[in-house]
Design a protein around this ligand. Sequence first.
Ligand code: KIV
Length: 290
Amino acid sequence: MNQKVTVPELRRRKQSGPKITTLTAYDATFARLFDEAGADVLLVGDTLGMVVQGLSSTLPVTLEEICYHGRMVARGIQRAHLVLDMPFMSFQVSSEKALEAAGRLMKEGAGESVKLEGGVAVAETIARIVAAGIPVMGHVGLTPQSIHAMGGFRVQGKGDDAASRVMEDAKAVQDAGAYAIVLEGLPADLGRQITQALSIPTIGIGAGPDCDGQVLVCYDFLGMFEDFKPKFVKRFAQLGAEIRRATEDYVSEVRSGAFPAEEHCYGVGKPAAETGTPQRPVYGPASDES
Ligand code: KIV
């Protein structure tokens, strides 16, 4: 499965599988690792405001910031499909402004498709962007850009009326031409019903096991974001603890003089003529000793 993942391929997964594996990514190094390990889709989500910038919501994230991180992530990708999030207020004012913003994400951010939050209310906007040849991934249910309207990060679609509204939103996004849709923070039953009702793939985050794919925020699944842990997050590694341990070891070895040791030093024990400036830049490709 080394072929580039495309929008038509993602659509096909609805019928033929396998499930779509999606992770957020915000820089080239993480993107390369996720891409090499087989993630199908990498999303530069506006969660970067929370997990990278340390903000308490996604609202302040700008189009320029998504473009900047998009370019970085693109450099780490060979196979995965790259989706860029449309940040808060980049698509709500008018369809024309939304199209301009989506175009910038593709031109300046190296996106291969864009994602935007909302259902019935943004259907016309999705149609406008799709008509311009830009593939759109929808996002319904818990939509973090509406955190204040929702009264916090709360599960959506509980109860018949609320569930019907989310179903209507999902269908409106599909009818507007989206190629896939994120279902966030929904009861697992509703995640299954929407997945069965739609002909486009659903990608769940806290929406149960029956979606056509799953997405997690990379700092969550790696156990690096420790401020809070939503119920739907599984930590597949404990890198937060590992990074803390490594840092403590580094601090202690620098203080004790154990680091750097002889093998980390240039020219130790060699005649003066051989001990000049290293031949590779400090951050250049690794060739061990010069
Ligand atoms: O911004 C983001 O990272 C997202 C995912 C959580 C789906 O929208």
